[in-house]
Design a protein. Structure first.
Length: 172
């Protein structure tokens, strides 16, 4: 049975401190699933590329200038998303992940909404993201939330780049 407790999104500025085990588990699941979808499955975190392993083992260092949003159901982390520090009026949304057992509860939408609100508070004019083309559900979610496909800024094949302008009158 799925836990139907209220979902709360909290901001976790990553400025050192102890590793949040729930966040680490979500990031591990995200990266392991992504590797499998790319046809490069690994059995555990030790088989991931160094940069992804670093995020899992030390999110405080990996995301030091960024803000990590974590969705909580009670004390359990059930979703996460990273908003990069603004550069040139832009921020990027990365690592959106919802625990599979908690999907269908609007958690991803809440995380993206909180990311857009945070970006707006920081004076960001555009939020961008990239998503693998086979993640059609994620692409549909982003489109429902106002993101549009744009010219790619990343050379990796099968990556879809999207962005959304944040006007002062634009709702999250």
């Amino acid at each position: 049975m799925t836990d139907q407790r209220e979902i709360v999104v909290v901001r976790k500025p990553c400025q050192g401190g102890s590793v949040d085990e729930g966040l680490a588990a979500l990031l591990a699941a995200y990266h392991l699933q992504t590797q499998a979808e790319k046809g490069e499955a690994v059995t555990d975190v030790s088989g991931l590329p160094d940069r992804y392993r670093a995020e899992i083992l030390g999110p405080g260092a990996a995301f030091v200038d960024d803000v990590v949003l974590v969705a909580l159901s009670g004390d359990t982390a059930v979703g996460c998303l990273v908003v990069t520090a603004p550069v040139g009026g832009r921020s990027e949304v990365k690592r959106l992940w919802t625990d599979p057992a908690s999907r269908g509860r609007g958690i991803a939408s809440e995380l993206v909404g909180a990311a857009l609100a945070h970006a707006r508070e920081c004076g960001v004019s555009t939020v961008q993201l990239s998503v693998w083309k086979w993640r059609s559900g994620a692409i549909a979610l982003y489109e429902r939330l106002g993101f549009a496909v744009t010219e790619s800024w990343d050379e990796r094949e099968q990556l879809v780049c999207m962005e959304r302008a944040l006007g002062a009158d634009t709702a999250a």
